[in-house]
Design a protein around this ligand. Structure first.
Ligand SMILES: N[C@@H](CCC(=O)N[C@@H](CS)C(=O)NCC(=O)O)C(=O)O
Length: 90
């Protein structure tokens, strides 16, 4: 299960949208940047952050790319090493 840390009306929405689109099971922890909770998942206190098991991913685009790779059936990315992947990231 994923745990998303962030707040509505911010870059967190990119990740919320992605999680909903791929149909992932996730918990949402609503918190503001630089809160005690925010610093517990990111030393810079910035959000969003996604906890995956005991690891944390920061940066909304890095998180969405990771989710797209982990859920290929959802069709949000192409396989690494393909021309389509390179063109998508261009
Ligand atoms: N590139 C990061 C930027 C993260 C970011 O700056 N988030 C804002 C909220 S939308 C924040 O935490 N601001 C507080 C700060 O910059 O100190 C991402 O896309 O997740």
């Amino acid at each position: 299960m994923y745990v998303l840390y962030g707040f509505p009306g911010s870059r967190t929405t990119r990740v919320t949208w992605m999680l909903e689109e791929i149909g992932a099971d996730y918990e949402f922890v609503a918190t503001r940047p630089h809160s005690k909770i925010a610093y517990s998942v990111n030393p810079s206190g910035r959000l969003p952050a996604l906890k995956v098991d005991n690891e944390t991913i920061i940066d909304s685009i890095a998180i969405c790319s990771y989710l797209a790779d982990c859920h290929p059936v959802a069709g949000f990315t192409y396989s690494p090493g393909t021309i389509e992947r390179a063109q998508m990231e261009s």
